[in-house]
Design a protein around this ligand. Structure first.
Ligand code: NIG
Ligand code: FE
Length: 392
């Protein structure tokens, strides 16, 4: 073993998400475990008593260790907040896509520095709650300059950047949505593609219909961006089946699904990303995770952190909701927030702890990952390591 290796020993239970390394099926759980980290990656996992000799040793002292959370869906490049809208909603008003316009106005008016500082602020929050990888989007600029600026700022903070010029039709094009789709698939795409890995569209009544969504995703793909879709959040619609047809990495929300939607997800390579913070904060019907899992669909769990529909950066909170209200077991929810998120980003280097993966991991002030759902609202994250370095 090379000298700079560090062994984290005396881990009460270790979630590897590698079934070949441990038991409890997909979780690959190892009791009384150790993880050895060298540089930015894992070089060994196994029983603590068999850990190889290393120069550095960290005593987990009976804490549980899980892979860092992979939050594959957030909207962090924004300014302002929507407290008044939330208050109105909790007094009975429905959530509508149009609330996004409030954040568009605040975001356009903000400086680059303020937007970047805001992203950094929510990232620190998320990191302290165990998130080591996050995706984030544009979508609150809706002009060529503002969308490109949002993506440039997002790219300062993460590699997982998504172009969402098609969040809603820009208020500047209220009378001519077709011209806005032309902009999103033309000049705006040209300006944004260099900063992004993904292209997304909000396929929903009041946002973009199936034909518009297809045009936007296809144009993005032609520029080298890979599709993901905000699909079937507020109502039934074509988003999920379009996502599968275009081999999108993920169909996000998946709250209103027909049997044909579930069948399409089960037969394709598109992950269903569930975002229970949105249903919580809009008092909407929960997505049915059990139905998807029983059909064999790969499910991810993420925060959707944004100032409108889901202003939480906490993956543990989403795990607790998914277990309590969406029919997931604690094992499934933890898998979905780690390996599931990685699948939704088509990544194999994160979301697992096995030789060769990135050393992104979280120590919990608890003997088991189950406590994330069993002890809701309790700050159980005790240490966070990213790329082999303790960062929180
Ligand atoms: O994922 N659904 C569309 N976009 C966000 C909401 C954004 C907002 O309300 O500002 C979402 O929930
Ligand atoms: Fe979203």
């Amino acid at each position: 073993m090379a000298t700079p290796a560090t062994a984290i020993v005396n881990i009460a239970s270790l979630v590897t998400n590698d079934p070949s390394l441990g038991d409890r099926s997909f979780l690959g759980l190892i009791q009384d475990a150790a993880v050895v980290v060298e540089g930015d990656h894992v070089v060994w996992v196994g029983e603590s008593s068999k850990a190889p000799a290393t120069d550095n040793r960290v005593d987990a002292a009976g804490r549980a260790v899980i892979p860092g959370f992979v939050d594959s869906h957030s909207h962090l490049v924004f300014a302002g907040d929507r407290t008044a809208e939330f208050n109105a909603r909790m007094s009975g008003q429905p959530y509508e896509a149009g609330g996004i316009r409030t954040t568009v106005a605040a975001t356009r008016a903000a400086s680059d520095e303020a937007l970047s500082a805001n992203v950094a602020h929510y990232l620190r929050e998320a990191l302290a709650q165990g998130t080591t990888t996050f995706e984030t989007k544009s979508g609150y600029g809706l002009t060529v300059e503002d969308e490109a600026r949002a993506l440039r700022i997002a790219a300062e903070h993460t590699d997982e950047v998504t172009y969402l010029g098609a969040h809603i039709v820009s208020p500047d094009y209220a009378d001519d949505p077709a011209a806005y789709v032309d902009l999103v698939t033309g000049e705006m795409l040209d300006a944004c593609a260099p900063y992004a890995r993904w292209v997304d569209v909000f396929c929903e009544k009041g946002a973009f219909d199936g034909d518009q969504a297809r045009a936007i995703l296809t144009a993005g793909r032609a520029k080298g961006l890979h599709p993901r879709v905000h699909a079937n959040q507020l109502s039934y619609g074509p988003g999920v089946q379009l996502a599968v047809e275009l081999d999108a990495a993920s169909a996000d929300h998946c709250t209103h699904l027909t049997d044909a939607d579930v069948d399409a997800l089960a037969s394709g390579n598109t992950v269903a990303t569930l975002l229970p913070g949105a249903e919580f904060s809009t008092r909407a019907e929960w997505p049915n995770a059990r139905r998807l899992l029983d059909a064999g669909v790969t499910v991810a769990l993420s925060t959707d952190c944004n100032p409108g529909s889901s202003f939480t950066s906490s993956v543990p909170f989403c795990i607790a909701l998914a277990v309590r209200d969406m029919g997931m077991t604690p094992d499934e929810a933890v898998w979905s927030a780690t390996a599931g998120g990685a699948a939704a980003l088509r990544r194999t280097d994160i979301g697992r702890l096995a030789p060769g993966t990135r050393a992104d991991l979280t120590l919990l002030n608890a003997p088991s990952h189950v406590h994330l759902a069993y002890r809701p609202g309790v700050p159980l994250v005790s240490e966070v390591w990213r790329r082999g370095v303790r960062v929180a």
